[in-house]
Design a protein around this ligand. Structure first.
Ligand SMILES: NC(=O)c1ccc[n+]([C@@H]2O[C@H](COP(=O)([O-])OP(=O)(O)OC[C@H]3O[C@@H](n4cnc5c(N)ncnc54)[C@H](OP(=O)(O)O)[C@@H]3O)[C@@H](O)[C@H]2O)c1
Length: 312
């Protein structure tokens, strides 16, 4: 059955924008929540999709209540931005506090289903890095608000999107003919296209088998981190063997420990230490989940290769 209204926080991000397109393609009524009133391009794109726009800047601790009025389904794809980050918009402020406000206010507004996008490795790494702890605290708090109210709470845990890890790998191979792995690059991952995650998320709506559960999801192909660079080199047709540089994990641990020490006095260093620890964790553990996707990384790389402005 068609939901009354779906409200999406983080509507301008990699996943959020794909999700809005997917929901609108299914003719669902959507309220897209944006942070930035000044970004005309985002507003025009979302307007063209037929979404209603609402504006909440979580770094100013603005309430979601008005945006959530009438929402039957509330979905958060919100995450901190990693640029010009301070205590008002770091992972504590956004991934934890803003997500909790959104989830709790959704329950208060009468939503029947709350969906939060978290990370694949969050639960296992939360004791090791504050970054995961922040996100997992949101999972716990929203779950605690949903449960007594009889609201379904679904947590989606993708491995990694094509946007992030893999596109950075492609750009490095394309622009510099080299690729960097953390550690020996032998750990495995099945990254997933954002459009496939958006389809999975939309499929959770009104689906009693998928709603109210946690889902770890990945893409159709499993790679080691090294193989991602080698795939990029193959697709690009690199005319010489790919140079793969390895950054030893011990050196990252050392830098993280230094940053944590400085972090006793500087929140910025504390944030850096947390993110470094998360990077160490993700590069030293496999992240392989059930495939929800059909879109393949080789095709993503081919379309990047064939896009205008190719460097090699
Ligand atoms: N990237 C990955 O590989 C990966 C893997 C697993 C899980 N995830 C999770 O998947 C979710 C979506 O990730 P993504 O890559 O799509 O993130 P993204 O592209 O960085 O998008 C984040 C969204 O959050 C919004 N946001 C940031 N600060 C805000 C604030 N102060 N107020 C309101 N909104 C704010 C951003 O708005 P602006 O555009 O205006 O900044 C943007 O719409 C996140 O929960 C992430 O942790 C990501």
């Amino acid at each position: 059955m068609m939901p009354r209204q779906v409200c999406v926080a983080g509507a301008t991000g990699y996943l959020g924008s794909r999700l809005i397109a997917q929901l609108r393609a299914r003719s669902m009524p959507v309220v897209a929540i944006l942070k930035d009133r000044s970004c005309e391009a985002d507003q025009q794109r979302l307007n063209a999709l037929g979404a209603t726009l609402a504006f909440v800047d979580a770094s100013r601790i603005e309430s979601y209540a008005q945006a959530l009025t009438g929402a039957e389904i509330a979905i958060s794809c919100m995450a901190f931005g990693n640029v010009h980050v301070d205590s008002t918009n770091d992972f504590w402020a956004i991934d934890r506090d803003a997500n909790i406000r959104f989830g709790v206010e959704a329950v208060r507004a009468g939503a029947k289903h709350v969906i939060l996008v978290a990370t694949f490795e969050g639960r296992d790494s939360r004791g090791l890095t504050e970054f995961s702890e922040a996100k997992e605290s949101a999972v716990d708090a929203i779950g605690a608000a949903c449960s007594p109210a009889g609201v379904a709470f679904t947590v989606i845990r993708p491995t990694a999107y094509f946007s992030d890890l893999t596109n950075r790998a492609f750009d490095s191979v394309q622009q510099h003919g080299r690729y960097t792995v953390l550690g020996d690059g032998s750990h495995r991952i099945n990254p997933v296209d954002g459009d496939d995650v958006a389809v999975f998320l939309a499929d959770c709506i009104g689906n009693s088998k998928k709603a109210g559960r946690e889902h770890q999801i990945g893409g159709p192909d499993i790679f080691t981190f090294r193989e991602i660079g080698l795939l990029a080199a193959e697709v690009i047709g690199l005319p010489y063997p790919l140079k793969i540089r390895s950054i030893p994990i011990w050196s990252l641990r050392f830098v993280a420990a230094m940053a944590a020490m400085v972090g006793l006095a500087s929140p910025k260093s504390r944030r850096s230490a947390a993110l470094l620890r998360w990077m160490i964790y993700s590069s030293t553990h496999d992240a392989v989940a059930i495939s929800c996707g059909t879109r393949r990384l080789c095709d993503e790389f081919r379309s990047k290769r064939d896009a205008p402005g190719r460097a090699i």
